[in-house]
Write a protein that binds this ligand. Structure first.
Ligand code: ADP
Ligand code: MG
Length: 560
């Protein structure tokens, strides 16, 4: 019993159908412990992969897997994208030159795929990730007790199903779900469920299930955005239309390339260090609104809330390179980090020196001692502004990156949500927050936060937040503090000013001088109600770069 080239082509068609069927359920699982996009992300990846294999012309099975893996890397995004690309990429190696694969080859593909996922993702079994489905499946297979392909895959599927089910009993140690802690108990891991579905598809193909090429006509993807009442054209194009509009509105500052990157209209002088970033869409005006002198050189966005693929980020790095090397800003979220690793690997292969600078400022997600494990929030502004100034000023790559890491270490942020935004197409609320309640410690994608309680007067809320933020900066705070009050998209500038007044008064009351204050909605989550408050205790050298001029569509410095 073997699977031939047509069989594996059918596998990708079958997987497309699988994720059409299961995307809504996977989104719901991810909404409980992550950010609700997992089903859409899998479907986007496998729709693109099905299109790729449909083109045909593969000399052997290895070529088919390699092409599918490249498409998955390019199109999927999220944390899961680079992991799936790594997994299916192993098929490219194992099946190289083959026209049919039997039990031995399929077992080595799955075994090597497991290794690749562990290497790229750095997770272990028990961390509540897809490994908790894949690892037991591979374990059953590698015992070598079953010598029939169908029976062996059946056993692997059962092991994966059990493993995926048990992830409900686990507390996540990896990915976005890590931040919900015990509240994730009772909810299975969406990635583990997806990998079980992938093994089920492989079994179906081994059993010879009849499969038709799916309808991959892009028109079929279009949904009417009526439920959310948004002004859109093609929902699938909403993020690129957003960025295109930005480039058209600020032609003197930003240019949109053919490959969908936002770059400076006038590149910085040769030899200077470049700054690049890759991220998910839906946080307008970031990050394209920060492209310009004294800030970013290149920006690449992914689909809604889903990080751009590593390959696209590598292209942004290429654009940012002016001969001085590039700092890649990475907001500490699983998808951003994994895609950034892939991007750095690719850029280094092209001979570009790259240093990653991680933004990890959300005090709600890890203690001070483990600040580098914190999630990245609005505090990114301080790193970006300081690093952008220093890069423009001619500092060398490692010096720029060091200043940025120092700014990150000296920043503390706390977010509050008062109202869930709606998905712009389905109209569904991204998380559940009863009216009159607020959630403190919420993330930029509306992941579940760490505290929920009654809405309180602005003054009291600010006091509660400062009581967490100021002690966190104890080691750095002297007499001056830099403040950034960021609106989440659905909170009025009026409210932000009211809050800022309370922040300013409270800090002054504690003997802290506000060196600079920035108030506005820069890092948004659609129309989410809420804000984040960031404090930064810059050192003297960094403060000078903070003061340097900057100019971009969303942010100009000095403000006056
Ligand atoms: P994102 O978290 O970027 O929104 P998805 O929602 O598409 O990405 O995927 C989430 C899934 O990715 C999780 O359920 C988990 O199984 C998997 N995952 C996340 N990080 C890792 C990792 N480091 N190693 C293995 N799997 C991971
Ligand atoms: Mg997700």
């Amino acid at each position: 019993m073997t699977i031939d080239l047509q069989g594996f082509t059918n596998l990708f068609y079958y997987l497309h159908g699988t994720f059409v069927e299961h995307a809504p359920r996977l989104n719901r699982l991810d909404a409980a412990i992550g950010d609700g996009d997992h089903g859409d992300t899998m479907l986007r990846g496998f729709r693109a992969a099905a299109r790729t294999v449909h083109l045909g012309g593969f000399a052997h099975i290895g070529e088919l897997f390699e092409a599918a893996a490249n498409t998955l890397a390019e199109e999927t995004g999220g944390a899961i994208g680079p992991l799936m690309a790594a997994f299916f990429g192993e098929g490219g190696l194992v099946f190289s030159g083959m026209h049919a694969a039997g039990l031995t080859e399929v077992v080595s593909f799955l075994g090597q795929g497991l290794e690749a996922v562990q290497q790229v993702g750095g997770a272990k079994p028990g961390d509540k990730t897809l490994l908790d489905a894949l690892h037991p499946a591979v374990e059953v297979l590698s015992r070598g007790e079953i010598d029939d392909l169908q029976a062996a895959l059946q056993a692997a599927v059962s092991a994966a199903q059990t493993g995926a089910q048990h992830t409900g009993d686990l507390q996540a140690k990896m990915g976005r779900a890590r931040f919900v802690g015990e509240r994730g108990l009772g909810h299975p891991d969406p990635g583990a469920v997806s990998f079980t579905l992938i093994l089920e598809a492989l079994l179906a193909i081994a059993q010879g299930k009849a499969v038709q090429p799916p309808d991959l006509d892009p028109v079929a993807e279009k949904l009417t955005p009526k439920p959310a009442g948004k002004f859109l054209n093609d929902p699938g194009e909403m993020i690129s239309e957003d960025n295109c509009g930005l480039a058209l509105a600020y032609p003197g500052l930003v240019r949109l390339t053919d490959t969908g990157l936002l770059v400076r209209a006038q590149p910085k002088p040769m030899g200077r260090v470049g700054l690049a970033i890759g991220h998910g869409g839906g946080h307008t005006p970031s990050m394209g609104g920060f492209v310009g002198p004294g800030l970013l050189d290149a920006d690449v966005y992914g689909p809604l809330f889903t990080c751009a693929s590593g390959l696209k980020i590598a292209r942004a790095i290429e654009q940012a390179e002016q001969g001085g090397g590039v700092v890649l800003l990475v907001s500490n979220h699983a998808g951003d980090v994994l895609n950034a690793r892939l991007a750095v690997r690719r850029a280094e292969q092209l001979g570009i020196p790259v240093v990653m600078a991680f933004s990890s400022d959300d005090v709600a997600t890890a203690p001070r001692l483990a600040f580098s494990e914190r999630r990245g929030l609005g505090g990114l502004l301080f790193m970006l502004k300081v690093g952008g100034g220093a890069a423009e000023g001619g500092l060398a790559l490692t010096a720029v990156a060091d200043l940025m890491q120092r700014a990150n270490e000296r920043t503390a942020t706390l977010g509050v949500a008062s109202q869930a935004p709606r998905h712009p197409v389905s109209g569904e609320k991204l998380f559940d927050l009863p009216a009159g309640q607020i959630e403190v410690g919420t993330g930029v994608h509306g992941e579940v936060g760490v505290y929920r309680g009654e809405l309180m007067p602005a003054k009291n809320l600010v006091e509660m937040m400062l009581a967490k933020l100021i002690p966190d900066l104890d080691a750095f705070l002297q007499d001056r503090v830099w403040v950034f009050l960021n609106g989440s998209g659905g909170t009025s500038q009026m409210e932000l000013h009211i809050l800022y007044r309370n922040v300013h008064q409270a800090l002054t009351g504690q003997g802290l001088q506000v060196a600079s204050g920035v108030v506005g909605s820069f890092f948004t989550t659609l129309e989410m109600g809420g804000f984040s408050l960031s404090l930064c205790a810059l050192d003297e050298e960094s403060a000078a770069w903070w003061d340097a001029p900057a100019s971009s569509p969303a942010f100009r410095w000095p403000l006056a």
